[in-house]
Design a protein around this ligand. Sequence first.
Ligand SMILES: Cc1cc2nc3c(=O)[nH]c(=O)nc-3n(C[C@H](O)[C@H](O)[C@H](O)COP(=O)(O)O)c2cc1C
Length: 361
Amino acid sequence: MSTSVFSRPLARVEAFQARLEIQLPILLAPMAGACPPSLSIAVANAGGLGACGALYMNPNSILAWADEFRRQCQGEFQMNLWIPDPPAIRNAEAEDRQRDFLSAWGPAVTEEMGEAVLPDFEAQCQTLLAVRPKVISSIMGLYESAFISEMKARGILWFATATTVEEARAAEAAGADAIVAQGMEAGGHRGAFHAEDAERQMVGLIALLPQVVDTVSVPVIAAGGISDGRAIAAALILGASAVQIGTGFLRCPEAQLHPGYAERLSHTYGHQTRITRAFTGRSGRSISTRYVEAAASPGAPAPAPFPIQRGFTRPMRDDAVLHGDVERMKMWAGQAAHFAQPQPAQILTQQLWEDASQYLF
Ligand SMILES: Cc1cc2nc3c(=O)[nH]c(=O)nc-3n(C[C@H](O)[C@H](O)[C@H](O)COP(=O)(O)O)c2cc1C
Protein backbone atom coordinates (compact mmCIF):
# COMPACT_ATOMS: atom_id res chain seq x y z
CA MET A 1 0.00 0.00 0.00
CA SER A 2 1.53 3.30 -1.02
CA THR A 3 0.91 6.06 1.53
CA SER A 4 0.49 8.66 -1.22
CA VAL A 5 -2.55 6.89 -2.69
CA PHE A 6 -4.27 6.84 0.68
CA SER A 7 -3.22 10.23 1.99
CA ARG A 8 -4.98 12.03 -0.87
CA PRO A 9 -8.54 10.94 -0.02
CA LEU A 10 -8.00 11.70 3.62
CA ALA A 11 -6.80 15.25 3.04
CA ARG A 12 -9.92 15.89 0.96
CA VAL A 13 -12.13 14.26 3.60
CA GLU A 14 -10.56 16.21 6.45
CA ALA A 15 -10.96 19.52 4.61
CA PHE A 16 -14.67 18.79 4.13
CA GLN A 17 -15.11 17.78 7.78
CA ALA A 18 -13.50 21.03 8.88
CA ARG A 19 -15.92 23.00 6.69
CA LEU A 20 -18.90 21.19 8.24
CA GLU A 21 -17.42 21.31 11.75
CA ILE A 22 -17.83 17.54 12.14
CA GLN A 23 -15.28 14.90 13.18
CA LEU A 24 -16.26 11.96 10.97
CA PRO A 25 -17.17 11.91 7.24
CA ILE A 26 -20.45 10.15 7.98
CA LEU A 27 -23.69 11.97 7.25
CA LEU A 28 -27.07 10.64 8.26
CA ALA A 29 -29.25 10.69 5.13
CA PRO A 30 -32.31 12.92 5.31
CA MET A 31 -35.28 10.54 5.44
CA ALA A 32 -38.74 12.08 5.44
CA GLY A 33 -40.83 10.30 8.04
CA ALA A 34 -37.88 8.28 9.34
CA CYS A 35 -35.44 10.66 10.98
CA PRO A 36 -36.55 11.69 14.45
CA PRO A 37 -34.21 14.10 16.30
CA SER A 38 -33.00 11.20 18.49
CA LEU A 39 -31.30 9.54 15.50
CA SER A 40 -29.57 12.74 14.41
CA ILE A 41 -28.48 13.52 17.96
CA ALA A 42 -26.82 10.10 18.23
CA VAL A 43 -25.05 10.40 14.86
CA ALA A 44 -23.90 13.95 15.63
CA ASN A 45 -22.72 12.94 19.11
CA ALA A 46 -20.48 10.41 17.40
CA GLY A 47 -19.01 13.20 15.28
CA GLY A 48 -21.17 12.83 12.14
CA LEU A 49 -23.82 15.13 10.69
CA GLY A 50 -27.50 14.84 11.66
CA ALA A 51 -30.33 15.19 9.15
CA CYS A 52 -33.96 16.15 9.02
CA GLY A 53 -36.07 15.17 6.00
CA ALA A 54 -38.64 17.94 6.26
CA LEU A 55 -40.83 17.11 3.24
CA TYR A 56 -43.94 16.23 5.23
CA MET A 57 -43.30 18.67 8.12
CA ASN A 58 -45.06 21.99 8.65
CA PRO A 59 -43.09 24.99 9.98
CA ASN A 60 -43.95 24.27 13.63
CA SER A 61 -42.72 20.68 13.38
CA ILE A 62 -39.51 21.84 11.68
CA LEU A 63 -38.88 24.38 14.44
CA ALA A 64 -39.62 21.78 17.13
CA TRP A 65 -37.21 19.29 15.48
CA ALA A 66 -34.37 21.84 15.44
CA ASP A 67 -35.12 22.91 18.98
CA GLU A 68 -35.02 19.35 20.29
CA PHE A 69 -31.75 18.66 18.48
CA ARG A 70 -30.08 21.83 19.77
CA ARG A 71 -31.24 21.32 23.34
CA GLN A 72 -29.52 17.92 23.44
CA CYS A 73 -26.57 18.19 21.11
CA GLN A 74 -23.75 20.57 20.24
CA GLY A 75 -23.31 19.03 16.79
CA GLU A 76 -24.52 20.05 13.35
CA PHE A 77 -27.32 18.92 11.03
CA GLN A 78 -28.76 19.36 7.57
CA MET A 79 -32.38 20.05 6.69
CA ASN A 80 -33.78 18.71 3.45
CA LEU A 81 -36.68 19.49 1.15
CA TRP A 82 -37.96 18.10 -2.13
CA ILE A 83 -38.19 20.57 -4.96
CA PRO A 84 -41.88 20.35 -5.92
CA ASP A 85 -42.81 18.60 -9.16
CA PRO A 86 -45.14 20.40 -11.56
CA PRO A 87 -48.79 19.89 -10.50
CA ALA A 88 -49.88 16.30 -11.16
CA ILE A 89 -52.06 15.64 -14.19
CA ARG A 90 -55.24 13.95 -13.01
CA ASN A 91 -56.88 11.08 -14.89
CA ALA A 92 -60.19 10.07 -13.32
CA GLU A 93 -60.48 6.72 -15.11
CA ALA A 94 -56.94 5.62 -14.27
CA GLU A 95 -57.43 6.77 -10.67
CA ASP A 96 -60.64 4.72 -10.41
CA ARG A 97 -58.77 1.62 -11.53
CA GLN A 98 -56.02 2.32 -9.01
CA ARG A 99 -58.51 2.89 -6.19
CA ASP A 100 -60.28 -0.39 -7.00
CA PHE A 101 -56.94 -2.20 -6.99
CA LEU A 102 -55.93 -0.69 -3.64
CA SER A 103 -59.29 -1.39 -2.04
CA ALA A 104 -58.45 -5.10 -2.32
CA TRP A 105 -55.33 -4.44 -0.21
CA GLY A 106 -56.96 -2.52 2.63
CA PRO A 107 -59.93 -0.33 3.51
CA ALA A 108 -61.88 1.22 0.62
CA VAL A 109 -60.10 4.14 -1.07
CA THR A 110 -62.34 7.12 -1.77
CA GLU A 111 -61.81 9.75 -4.47
CA GLU A 112 -61.07 12.49 -1.90
CA MET A 113 -58.04 10.56 -0.64
CA GLY A 114 -56.26 11.67 -3.78
CA GLU A 115 -56.50 15.30 -2.66
CA ALA A 116 -53.34 14.79 -0.62
CA VAL A 117 -51.99 18.21 0.29
CA LEU A 118 -48.32 18.74 1.17
CA PRO A 119 -47.17 21.49 3.54
CA ASP A 120 -46.60 24.84 1.83
CA PHE A 121 -43.14 24.72 0.22
CA GLU A 122 -42.46 28.47 0.51
CA ALA A 123 -43.32 28.44 4.22
CA GLN A 124 -41.02 25.43 4.70
CA CYS A 125 -38.19 27.24 2.90
CA GLN A 126 -38.58 30.34 5.07
CA THR A 127 -38.58 28.17 8.19
CA LEU A 128 -35.36 26.47 7.11
CA LEU A 129 -33.73 29.88 6.70
CA ALA A 130 -34.94 30.88 10.17
CA VAL A 131 -33.56 27.65 11.70
CA ARG A 132 -30.24 28.32 9.99
CA PRO A 133 -28.83 24.79 9.96
CA LYS A 134 -25.26 24.19 8.85
CA VAL A 135 -26.63 22.71 5.60
CA ILE A 136 -29.83 22.84 3.57
CA SER A 137 -30.10 20.08 1.01
CA SER A 138 -32.33 19.49 -1.97
CA ILE A 139 -33.60 16.50 -3.89
CA MET A 140 -35.68 16.20 -7.10
CA GLY A 141 -34.35 19.44 -8.54
CA LEU A 142 -32.74 22.77 -7.66
CA TYR A 143 -33.83 25.67 -5.47
CA GLU A 144 -34.66 28.96 -7.15
CA SER A 145 -31.86 31.48 -7.34
CA ALA A 146 -33.45 33.91 -4.83
CA PHE A 147 -33.55 31.17 -2.18
CA ILE A 148 -29.98 30.11 -2.98
CA SER A 149 -28.86 33.72 -2.42
CA GLU A 150 -30.75 33.79 0.91
CA MET A 151 -28.97 30.61 2.04
CA LYS A 152 -25.58 31.97 1.06
CA ALA A 153 -26.24 35.33 2.74
CA ARG A 154 -26.80 33.43 5.99
CA GLY A 155 -23.71 31.26 5.58
CA ILE A 156 -25.78 28.09 5.08
CA LEU A 157 -24.24 25.48 2.77
CA TRP A 158 -26.37 23.95 0.00
CA PHE A 159 -26.01 20.23 -0.81
CA ALA A 160 -27.82 19.22 -4.01
CA THR A 161 -28.73 15.59 -4.71
CA ALA A 162 -27.93 14.39 -8.23
CA THR A 163 -28.53 11.00 -9.84
CA THR A 164 -26.66 11.72 -13.09
CA VAL A 165 -23.62 13.68 -14.23
CA GLU A 166 -25.94 16.09 -16.02
CA GLU A 167 -27.87 16.88 -12.83
CA ALA A 168 -24.60 17.31 -10.92
CA ARG A 169 -23.33 19.76 -13.52
CA ALA A 170 -26.57 21.78 -13.34
CA ALA A 171 -26.43 21.83 -9.53
CA GLU A 172 -22.85 23.10 -9.48
CA ALA A 173 -23.71 25.79 -12.04
CA ALA A 174 -26.60 26.90 -9.81
CA GLY A 175 -24.20 27.33 -6.86
CA ALA A 176 -24.38 24.05 -4.92
CA ASP A 177 -21.61 23.82 -2.30
CA ALA A 178 -21.52 20.02 -2.58
CA ILE A 179 -23.19 17.33 -4.66
CA VAL A 180 -24.83 14.29 -3.10
CA ALA A 181 -24.30 11.62 -5.77
CA GLN A 182 -27.19 9.23 -5.22
CA GLY A 183 -26.66 5.81 -6.81
CA MET A 184 -29.59 3.67 -7.87
CA GLU A 185 -28.86 1.32 -4.95
CA ALA A 186 -30.25 3.95 -2.56
CA GLY A 187 -33.26 3.31 -0.37
CA GLY A 188 -36.23 5.65 -0.60
CA HIS A 189 -37.11 7.95 -3.45
CA ARG A 190 -34.78 8.46 -6.35
CA GLY A 191 -33.75 12.08 -6.63
CA ALA A 192 -34.09 12.46 -10.41
CA PHE A 193 -34.93 16.06 -11.30
CA HIS A 194 -37.71 14.85 -13.60
CA ALA A 195 -39.97 12.05 -12.36
CA GLU A 196 -40.00 10.37 -15.77
CA ASP A 197 -36.18 10.01 -15.74
CA ALA A 198 -36.02 8.22 -12.38
CA GLU A 199 -36.31 4.70 -13.79
CA ARG A 200 -34.79 5.42 -17.19
CA GLN A 201 -31.48 6.75 -15.87
CA MET A 202 -30.45 4.23 -13.24
CA VAL A 203 -26.75 4.63 -12.53
CA GLY A 204 -25.05 2.60 -9.81
CA LEU A 205 -22.86 4.44 -7.29
CA ILE A 206 -19.56 2.79 -8.24
CA ALA A 207 -19.97 4.19 -11.77
CA LEU A 208 -21.72 7.46 -10.89
CA LEU A 209 -19.41 8.65 -8.13
CA PRO A 210 -16.11 8.93 -10.02
CA GLN A 211 -17.90 10.41 -13.03
CA VAL A 212 -19.43 13.13 -10.86
CA VAL A 213 -16.10 13.67 -9.07
CA ASP A 214 -14.43 14.18 -12.45
CA THR A 215 -17.15 16.58 -13.61
CA VAL A 216 -17.58 19.03 -10.74
CA SER A 217 -15.07 20.94 -8.67
CA VAL A 218 -17.12 21.02 -5.46
CA PRO A 219 -16.98 18.18 -2.90
CA VAL A 220 -19.05 15.08 -3.65
CA ILE A 221 -20.93 13.04 -1.04
CA ALA A 222 -21.61 9.39 -1.86
CA ALA A 223 -25.08 7.96 -1.18
CA GLY A 224 -26.71 4.65 -1.99
CA GLY A 225 -25.97 1.13 -0.77
CA ILE A 226 -23.38 2.19 1.82
CA SER A 227 -23.98 0.34 5.08
CA ASP A 228 -20.60 -0.93 6.22
CA GLY A 229 -16.98 0.13 6.63
CA ARG A 230 -15.80 -1.42 3.36
CA ALA A 231 -18.29 0.60 1.33
CA ILE A 232 -17.37 3.81 3.17
CA ALA A 233 -13.69 3.27 2.40
CA ALA A 234 -14.46 2.44 -1.22
CA ALA A 235 -16.52 5.61 -1.67
CA LEU A 236 -13.76 7.79 -0.18
CA ILE A 237 -11.17 6.16 -2.44
CA LEU A 238 -13.42 6.78 -5.44
CA GLY A 239 -13.32 10.49 -4.70
CA ALA A 240 -16.10 11.18 -2.20
CA SER A 241 -15.48 13.72 0.55
CA ALA A 242 -18.02 12.03 2.81
CA VAL A 243 -20.72 9.38 2.74
CA GLN A 244 -24.42 9.71 3.42
CA ILE A 245 -26.14 6.67 4.92
CA GLY A 246 -29.87 6.05 5.18
CA THR A 247 -30.93 2.40 5.34
CA GLY A 248 -27.81 1.50 7.35
CA PHE A 249 -29.18 3.52 10.29
CA LEU A 250 -32.77 2.34 10.13
CA ARG A 251 -32.34 -0.57 12.56
CA CYS A 252 -30.87 1.68 15.27
CA PRO A 253 -33.30 2.01 18.19
CA GLU A 254 -33.23 5.82 17.80
CA ALA A 255 -34.81 5.49 14.34
CA GLN A 256 -37.97 4.21 16.08
CA LEU A 257 -38.92 2.08 13.10
CA HIS A 258 -41.83 -0.34 13.23
CA PRO A 259 -40.29 -3.56 14.67
CA GLY A 260 -41.60 -5.62 11.74
CA TYR A 261 -39.88 -3.28 9.24
CA ALA A 262 -36.63 -3.29 11.25
CA GLU A 263 -36.64 -7.10 11.43
CA ARG A 264 -37.35 -7.50 7.71
CA LEU A 265 -34.38 -5.26 6.85
CA SER A 266 -32.06 -7.72 8.56
CA HIS A 267 -32.85 -10.45 6.03
CA THR A 268 -33.27 -8.36 2.90
CA TYR A 269 -30.62 -8.88 0.23
CA GLY A 270 -30.16 -6.48 -2.67
CA HIS A 271 -32.29 -8.52 -5.07
CA GLN A 272 -35.15 -8.44 -2.60
CA THR A 273 -35.60 -4.69 -3.09
CA ARG A 274 -37.02 -2.99 -6.16
CA ILE A 275 -37.89 0.41 -7.54
CA THR A 276 -41.60 1.08 -7.29
CA ARG A 277 -44.08 3.94 -7.73
CA ALA A 278 -46.75 1.93 -5.94
CA PHE A 279 -46.57 3.75 -2.58
CA THR A 280 -46.32 7.43 -3.46
CA GLY A 281 -46.37 7.79 -7.26
CA ARG A 282 -42.65 8.81 -7.28
CA SER A 283 -40.07 6.07 -7.94
CA GLY A 284 -38.32 4.80 -4.84
CA ARG A 285 -36.48 1.68 -3.69
CA SER A 286 -38.52 -0.51 -1.36
CA ILE A 287 -38.39 -4.02 0.03
CA SER A 288 -40.14 -6.31 -2.47
CA THR A 289 -43.21 -7.09 -0.42
CA ARG A 290 -46.30 -8.91 -1.67
CA TYR A 291 -48.02 -5.58 -2.36
CA VAL A 292 -45.00 -4.18 -4.26
CA GLU A 293 -44.82 -7.33 -6.38
CA ALA A 294 -48.55 -7.36 -7.06
CA ALA A 295 -48.46 -3.70 -8.10
CA ALA A 296 -45.71 -4.55 -10.61
CA SER A 297 -47.45 -7.61 -12.04
CA PRO A 298 -48.78 -7.59 -15.61
CA GLY A 299 -52.27 -6.15 -15.66
CA ALA A 300 -51.90 -4.15 -12.44
CA PRO A 301 -53.07 -0.55 -12.96
CA ALA A 302 -50.45 2.20 -13.16
CA PRO A 303 -50.02 4.17 -9.93
CA ALA A 304 -51.29 7.76 -9.87
CA PRO A 305 -48.64 10.53 -9.79
CA PHE A 306 -47.11 11.89 -6.55
CA PRO A 307 -48.67 12.88 -4.16
CA ILE A 308 -52.05 11.46 -5.27
CA GLN A 309 -50.85 7.87 -5.00
CA ARG A 310 -49.52 8.59 -1.53
CA GLY A 311 -53.02 9.70 -0.52
CA PHE A 312 -54.58 6.62 -2.11
CA THR A 313 -52.25 4.19 -0.29
CA ARG A 314 -52.71 5.78 3.12
CA PRO A 315 -55.63 3.53 4.23
CA MET A 316 -53.66 0.40 3.29
CA ARG A 317 -50.47 1.67 4.94
CA ASP A 318 -52.25 2.69 8.16
CA ASP A 319 -54.08 -0.64 8.29
CA ALA A 320 -50.80 -2.49 7.72
CA VAL A 321 -49.13 -0.69 10.64
CA LEU A 322 -52.16 -1.35 12.84
CA HIS A 323 -52.00 -5.07 12.14
CA GLY A 324 -48.20 -5.34 11.93
CA ASP A 325 -48.52 -6.60 8.34
CA VAL A 326 -45.14 -6.00 6.69
CA GLU A 327 -46.39 -7.18 3.29
CA ARG A 328 -48.46 -3.99 2.96
CA MET A 329 -46.29 -1.51 4.90
CA LYS A 330 -44.23 1.13 3.15
CA MET A 331 -40.68 -0.11 3.79
CA TRP A 332 -38.06 1.85 1.86
CA ALA A 333 -34.71 0.07 1.75
CA GLY A 334 -31.44 0.35 -0.14
CA GLN A 335 -29.66 -2.61 -1.71
CA ALA A 336 -27.30 -2.91 1.27
CA ALA A 337 -30.11 -3.29 3.84
CA HIS A 338 -28.65 -6.63 4.87
CA PHE A 339 -25.73 -4.86 6.60
CA ALA A 340 -27.89 -2.53 8.73
CA GLN A 341 -27.09 -3.16 12.39
CA PRO A 342 -29.49 -2.95 15.35
CA GLN A 343 -27.02 -0.95 17.43
CA PRO A 344 -27.36 2.44 19.13
CA ALA A 345 -26.59 4.98 16.40
CA GLN A 346 -23.70 6.65 18.25
CA ILE A 347 -21.89 3.35 18.66
CA LEU A 348 -22.73 2.30 15.09
CA THR A 349 -21.37 5.55 13.63
CA GLN A 350 -18.10 5.16 15.52
CA GLN A 351 -17.90 1.48 14.57
CA LEU A 352 -18.49 2.23 10.87
CA TRP A 353 -15.62 4.70 10.86
CA GLU A 354 -13.34 2.34 12.77
CA ASP A 355 -14.09 -0.38 10.20
CA ALA A 356 -13.58 1.99 7.25
CA SER A 357 -10.30 3.20 8.75
CA GLN A 358 -8.83 -0.30 8.51
CA TYR A 359 -8.95 0.03 4.73
CA LEU A 360 -7.74 3.63 4.64
CA PHE A 361 -4.82 3.88 7.03
C1 LIG B 1 -36.97 5.85 4.58
C2 LIG B 1 -36.22 6.77 3.64
C3 LIG B 1 -36.70 8.06 3.42
C4 LIG B 1 -36.00 8.94 2.58
N1 LIG B 1 -36.44 10.24 2.43
C5 LIG B 1 -35.66 11.14 1.77
C6 LIG B 1 -35.99 12.52 1.75
O1 LIG B 1 -37.00 12.95 2.32
N2 LIG B 1 -35.14 13.37 1.12
C7 LIG B 1 -33.98 12.93 0.51
O2 LIG B 1 -33.23 13.75 -0.02
N3 LIG B 1 -33.68 11.62 0.47
C8 LIG B 1 -34.48 10.73 1.10
N4 LIG B 1 -34.11 9.40 1.13
C9 LIG B 1 -32.89 8.98 0.41
C10 LIG B 1 -31.68 9.16 1.32
O3 LIG B 1 -31.45 10.51 1.58
C11 LIG B 1 -30.41 8.55 0.72
O4 LIG B 1 -30.20 8.98 -0.59
C12 LIG B 1 -30.46 7.02 0.75
O5 LIG B 1 -30.97 6.56 1.97
C13 LIG B 1 -29.06 6.45 0.53
O6 LIG B 1 -29.12 5.09 0.27
P1 LIG B 1 -29.11 3.95 1.41
O7 LIG B 1 -30.50 3.96 1.96
O8 LIG B 1 -28.78 2.73 0.67
O9 LIG B 1 -28.10 4.37 2.43
C14 LIG B 1 -34.82 8.50 1.93
C15 LIG B 1 -34.36 7.20 2.15
C16 LIG B 1 -35.04 6.33 2.99
C17 LIG B 1 -34.49 4.95 3.22
